[in-house]
Design a protein around this ligand. Structure first.
Ligand SMILES: Nc1ncnc2c1ncn2[C@@H]1O[C@H](COP(=O)(O)OP(=O)(O)O)[C@@H](O)[C@H]1O
Ligand SMILES: Cc1ncc(C[n+]2csc(CCOP(=O)(O)OP(=O)(O)O)c2C)c(N)n1
Ligand SMILES: [Mg+2]
Length: 328
């Protein structure tokens, strides 16, 4: 079916029809603004991310359902990285007129499926025509009590640096997609990432993380934001970087430097965080209870830069740090 047959409001009605009543929603899709409640004593967390066709996704790589899931997942990941509870989302779409209604139905199903998984309710958005590709922008609100919010600026010299799960799979998946593959562990991690909400909440509730960020641009680039925010440096041991068996097997075929893919590839949507020294076992146990591994990859030091060393202590100059939209 063509969008012209149902029009802007027909599309909005179709999306609204998929949304069930949500916690804390007094007034959802349909009025000039949504009306939501926050729990007493909690602060509101707000984040927004865009996904632009050709920049963040290629319609020949993904399907609309997984594109919908990823569009919300990258925002949920930002709330997870604050140690917050994700709550209410606004979905803004600029749509080329030739995109079929069936595509948008599946896309909305994907958004809603991830929303339901993480207790998020879609409460509004905006819809317009695009003359140059599909543009998706989601704003997500979350909540947390003031004492549990984990900012980027709390890392101190001596702290250990941890990352959840494994890194590099998503960047490997993108490279495999470019080479024509359409399935497998890495492709799935690229197209359908899992935000680490329960890990973020556990860290928030335990008070163990001194600083936290999610890995969207790459481990080194995102660690750089913690370092800048905290006024510290870091030493990362390359031999400690957690890689999936699939990555170890496949990355050498497609990347001249697999370590660089793991440290700078991006879109892992894992949590990168720091904790006071000597608590590695505690951190591992805490996150194991959330079904996710946590790996110590290095330490915070005085200074302002990140150095990467091999197991024997020799320096590995990083080829690149991560994704930057306007890098030459
Ligand atoms: N155009 C903009 N106007 C205002 N704030 C922005 C804009 N773009 C990004 N930011 C803010 O800059 C910070 C860094 O953005 P970004 O690198 O996209 O973070 P993230 O990786 O968490 O999505 C965030 O606080 C974000 O809200
Ligand atoms: C078609 C395509 N080309 C390239 C990429 C790689 N890529 C695009 S954006 C990005 C980084 C994350 O996006 P950004 O907008 O910087 O997210 P934020 O840091 O704001 O969360 C990466 C690695 C991709 N996912 N798809
Ligand atoms: Mg962003």
């Amino acid at each position: 079916m063509r969008l012209g047959e149902i029009g802007e409001f027909g599309l909005i009605d179709r999306i609204a029809g998929k949304v069930a009543a949500g916690a804390g929603v007094r007034l959802g899709i349909g009025d000039d603004a949504a009306v939501t409640e926050t729990e007493a004593g909690r602060l509101l967390l707000s984040t927004a991310d865009m996904l632009v066709e050709g920049i963040h996704f290629d319609l020949s790589f993904t399907d609309p359902f997984r594109l919908g899931r990823k569009s919300l997942a990258v925002n949920v990941s930002d709330i997870a990285a604050m140690g917050g509870h994700p709550r209410h989302a606004l979905l803004c779409l600029a749509i080329p007129t030739d995109l079929p209604v069936e595509f948008l139905d599946r896309f909305a199903d994907g958004v809603i499926s991830l929303a339901e998984e993480f207790g998020v309710t879609l409460i509004g958005g905006d819809t317009c025509r695009s003359s140059s590709g599909l543009v998706i922008s989601i704003t997500l609100h979350g909540e947390q009590v003031p004492t549990r919010i984990i900012p980027r600026n709390g890392a101190r010299p001596g702290d250990d640096v941890f990352v959840t799960g494994t890194v590099g799979d998503s960047a490997l998946g993108l490279e495999l997609l470019r080479r024509g593959e359409r399935s497998g562990h890495a492709v799935e991690r690229h197209l359908n990432p899992s935000p680490r909400v329960s890990a973020g909440l556990s860290l928030a509730e335990s008070g163990m993380a001194s600083a936290m960020i999610d890995v969207s641009d790459g481990v080194l680039a995102d660690l750089g934001h913690i370092l800048t925010g905290s006024g510290v440096g870091a030493r990362i041991d390359a031999s400690l970087i957690p890689l999936s068996p699939y990555f170890s097997q496949r990355a050498p075929d497609v990347a001249p430097d697999p370590l660089s893919l793991a440290l700078a590839g991006g879109e892992d949507y894992e949590l990168l965080f720091t904790a006071a020294p000597g608590r590695t076992a505690e951190v591992e146990t805490l996150l194991a209870a959330c079904g996710v591994t946590a790996t110590r990859i290095g330490s915070i030091v005085a200074g302002s830069d990140v150095t990467v060393t091999a197991a024997d202590g020799t320096l590995i100059p990083p080829r690149r740090r991560g994704f930057n939209h306007f890098a030459p």
